[in-house]
Ligand binder design. Structure first.
Ligand code: ASP
Length: 436
């Protein structure tokens, strides 16, 4: 049995709804469907979720929001008319009233998936199950995964087929709570776990992951299989196809996730397993991902390694400023803290002064505009010379490596280079491992 989540672009207009119906029809195993709210129909278009947030904030500020709400109403009624599905005006009126009556941002935003689910269930002729009844949050807004699992199983198992809208649930008092943006992926994973699906299909507008960002390597190959650990490494570094938290429920239950393309439904996409065969693409590496906007703070002090608590004091300074750090490359007499520029913004001097106060270093230097690039692959553990190939590829481009971090997992090597060398470095790594 399959659970299928369809993202906003897969439900952006009536044509996309038709494609979704075709996909579901093609395989009777596709029994439980988790839709997002209609997304953008193209560049410059509006997402229903954004419009709902805009309505809510206008209403909360005492401004008129009806002209924004009309754009929402028009999108749904247009889709329903084209599909010849009855979409009662009361469904829209009810949402409009909730917003006028002071709905929270979460309640307002959740109505995008709610209406999308109602419409899709009618169009497919199957049961609608309100996520508020089966996805449970605690009163302080955290997902209660075990209660959710029990509620979902009990409600869905007896059903042949159902639509459960993504993105939201409710606490015990019935207050609507949403996941963070893109959270329908998490709802889909929870449903997949609860019904013990064979595969969690996540339908979007790309045919899965590519080995590198196609804006940098236009012909980057598709990744046919990934492991959940590799996915973590790649998405942490910026390969964003799936919501980060969508991994945990399915991984725990041993359910693979298949990223598929609604606009190219015959493409097999990327299959993500807990364990996968070694190198399906014939490569040592699985993918390369990275992003710009990091700073390295290097603290140097002779005999630092013999000074008890030195590292803790450096991190204390970072923590006191409320800054999250990314990596911690260390040498004998140096310790570096890599942080994102966003985190450090406005707090840089505070952090530096405090490190100085707490550790009395010989020098502190700050290197800005750094990019981090992760080369990820389960095959790297078994292959000799991967690091040598990687560093040679980078050095032959005349790029200087500012930091190196190979996690103990041995499935990724992270290098830091100047931002201006970011694209060049990714292309060089791709050429070395994939083209030769
Ligand atoms: N509609 C929500 C968003 O735009 C959730 C989702 O699509 O997954 O973030």
């Amino acid at each position: 049995m399959l659970v299928c989540k369809f993202g906003g672009s897969s439900l952006a207009d009536a044509k996309q709804f038709e494609k979704v119906k075709d996909i579901i029809r093609r395989d009777p195993q596709r029994r439980f469907i988790v839709p997002s709210a209609p997304g953008k129909r193209g560049p410059g278009d509006e997402k229903i979720t954004d419009l709902l947030y805009a309505c809510q904030s206008a209403a909360a500020a005492g401004r008129n929001f009806k002209h924004i709400f009309e754009r929402i109403a028009f999108r749904y009624t247009e889709i329903a008319e084209e599909l010849q599905v009855d979409f009662p005006q009361e469904w829209l009126d009810e949402v409009c009233e909730q917003i006028a009556d002071g709905a929270s941002p979460m309640l307002a935003a959740s109505r995008g998936e709610y209406l999308s689910g109602k419409l899709l269930a009618r169009y497919l002729g199957i049961t609608f199950v309100d996520a508020a009844e089966v996805i449970r949050f605690t009163r302080d807004g955290h997902l209660d995964e075990e209660t959710t699992n029990a509620l979902l199983s009990a409600r869905l198992m007896p059903l042949e087929r159902a639509v459960v809208p993504g993105f939201y649930g409710a606490d015990e008092d019935g207050r609507i709570i949403t996941f963070s943006r893109g959270g329908s992926d998490v709802s889909g994973a929870l449903v997949a776990r609860a019904v013990n699906a064979d595969v969690y299909e996540n339908w979007t507008d790309v045919s899965g992951f590519r080995m590198a960002d196609p804006r940098i390597v236009p012909d980057a190959k598709h990744i046919s299989t990934l492991t959940y650990r590799e996915l973590r490494e790649l998405s942490y570094m910026g390969a964003t196809v799936l919501h980060e938290e969508a991994v945990f429920p399915v991984r725990k239950a041993g359910i693979p996730t298949n990223i598929r393309n609604t606009n190219d439904p015959l493409h097999p996409g990327t299959m993500i397993h807990d364990v996968a065969e070694r190198d399906p693409n014939g490569c040592v590496i699985t993918g390369i991902a990275g992003h710009k906007g990091f700073t390295i703070i290097s603290v140097e002090k002779d005999m630092m390694n013999a000074e008890l608590g030195f590292g803790r004091r450096v991190l204390q300074a970072v923590e006191e400023a409320g800054v999250n750090f990314e990596h911690l490359p260390t040498g004998i007499d140096t310790m570096c803290v890599v942080v994102s520029e966003k985190e450090l913004s406005g707090k840089r001097d505070q952090v530096i002064d405090r490190i100085r106060e707490l550790t009395h270093p010989d020098t502190i230097s700050v290197h800005e505009h750094l990019a981090l690039i992760a080369t990820v692959g389960r095959g790297m553990v078994h292959a000799f010379g991967t690091a040598a190939r990687l560093f040679t590829a980078i050095s032959t481009q005349g790029v200087s490596i500012r930091t190196i971090d190979q996690g103990s997992s041995e499935i990724s090597i992270i290098v830091g280079v100047d931002e201006q060398d970011f694209e060049k470095t990714i292309s060089a790594i791709y050429d070395t491992f994939v083209r030769t």
